[in-house]
Write a protein that binds this ligand. Structure first.
Ligand code: ACO
Length: 428
């Protein structure tokens, strides 16, 4: 943390003018310079591509220390939450600020159950998507469609929050499983009241009239952990998109739909799918030659990047990747599986950790490096990986969206720019 000698103002000299800018401190000793009056006082704006140095809000939800590899939701360490909690309790924690007691847990759980079906008219949407439609496209369309099926709950802010949360959490999980059923030409499987949140998802994915699938407890436990790891990550790309859309007054469903699209990209949540595709290519095309792949990733004339490596905030090992790595190993062991892609991933990780290019840039495996491998062991197909991430991230997006609406300093998101195009000119 910077040594600011407990001063409460920073001074900025621009030409002859010195402006005093208040300093804001967070509960974990983070320091920010409040530049809200900068343009008014000096005519200048800040220039910060990718918002790397820009704090867009104060938040009580998630704390990350990227240097120390710490992640906490509402003060609780990610390792503890992943070990001891159910995903739906973590969802409740993110949205309401505290873990539910037994009574609240049961009420939330039955609420999720009651809202798990999808309106029949909406279900027919699935008939008209092409078989090869990416499930992220379907999921995003389903999220925004909820606002036309449930317009009475469209309004922003706190009212009906439990309905919105349960609708989104429960129906998005059902929609995700339906989109998978559709993509393989299987009949859809309806949710069941007697299964937990994670068991229900697995059952909707894998039960068929000719396979009386019983959710595997190892898979249900792993899914629970994975969803917790994904549940929030403060002001990342998709959460910022959710808030940007919501800041215009758009409803929660529309905002979440936009967040799903942002998450889809390969530099964000889409990386878990791209990790598997990269590992498969290394085996097929590079004959497993890790050295060659490392050299390609380091080559400045080649746009190739190692998927699942590097992070905007973590400059040490991603704490979620640590949990995911161990879980991947446990799932494979407990299911008695061997996967050559896991061996290759480990070899790649060792090469990254031993190479000065990656170490000098603080590039370590991120959450996506091992989560896809775990989903694969559970039988979840590759193009569903980012969907799994989205299901996990929904509570975080909702919590961030609600917090933004309660912020007395909240304003419509509208960054500025430094114009560098032609000055005024005439036509002809
Ligand atoms: N492989 C090779 N080089 C890399 C990688 C990588 N995966 N990631 C970053 N670098 C290099 C860059 O080329 C750059 O090198 P330079 O300083 O010589 O120019 C340096 O490291 C810094 O990279 P930036 O792009 O400036 O880092 P940024 O913070 O903007 O990007 C990002 C972070 C997008 C995650 C990046 O590391 C990346 O593309 N990783 C691969 C995709 C991925 O795994 N995304 C998932 C992230 S986790 C999540 O969103 C859930």
């Amino acid at each position: 943390m910077p040594d600011v000698n407990n001063e409460d103002v920073a001074e900025l000299k621009i030409g002859e003018k010195t402006v005093k800018l208040p300093i804001i401190r967070g509960s974990e000793a983070e320091v920010g310079i409040d530049i809200r009056t900068l343009r008014k006082e000096t005519g200048c704006i800040t220039y910060d591509p990718g918002f790397v140095n820009t704090g867009c809000c104060k938040s009580d939800i998630t704390f990350i220390d990227g240097e120390e590899g710490i992640l906490r939701y509402r003060g609780y360490d990610i390792n503890d939450l992943a070990d001891k909690c159910q995903f739906i309790d973590v969802a409740y924690l993110l949205v309401h600020g505290k873990l539910p007691n037994k009574k609240k847990h049961q009420a939330f759980s039955s609420h999720l159950n009651n809202h798990s079906m999808i309106h029949e008219d909406m279900r027919h949407f699935f008939d008209n998507y092409p078989d090869h439609a990416h499930p992220m496209a379907t999921l995003s369309a389903m999220a925004v469609s909820l606002s036309s099926f449930y317009p009475e709950l469209e309004s922003s802010r706190k009212e009906n929050v439990d309905f919105k949360v349960t609708r989104l959490l429960s129906k998005m999980r059902t929609a995700a499983a339906f989109s998978y059923n559709k993509s393989i030409g299987h009949p859809i499987v309806q949710p069941r009241h007697d299964l937990t949140y994670c068991e229900n998802f697995l059952n909707m994915m894998f039960w068929t009239p000719v396979n009386d699938y019983k959710p595997d407890p190892v898979c249900a436990k792993a899914l629970n952990k994975l969803l917790i790891l994904h549940a929030d990550h403060e002001q990342n790309c998709s959460a910022s998109v959710v808030k940007m859309v919501g800041s215009s007054g758009a409803n929660l469903y529309a905002s979440i739909s936009a967040g799903i699209c942002a998450l889809w990209g390969p530099l964000h949540g889409g990386a878990n799918q791209h990790v598997i595709e990269m590992l498969e290519r290394i085996i097929k095309k590079d004959k497993g030659d890790v050295k060659k792949v490392i050299e390609r990733a380091k080559d400045k004339n080649n746009s190739f990047r190692l998927m699942g490596v590097g992070h905007r905030v973590y400059k040490s090992y991603d704490p979620r990747a640590k949990v995911a790595k161990q879980m991947c190993k446990d799932v494979l062991d407990q299911m008695g599986l061997k996967d050559p892609l896991v061996d290759l991933a480990q070899e790649l990780e060792e090469a990254v950790m031993a190479d000065d290019y990656f170490q000098s840039r603080s590039l370590y495996p991120n959450i996506d490096f091992y989560t896809g491998l775990t989903y694969r062991a559970m039988g979840i197909p590759t193009d569903m990986f980012t969907v799994m991430f989205a299901i996990g991230r929904i509570p975080g997006w909702i919590a961030q969206w609600l917090e933004m609406h309660e912020d007395p300093h909240g304003r419509i998101g509208r960054p500025r720019q430094i114009y560098t195009g032609p000055t005024q000119r005439e036509i002809g």
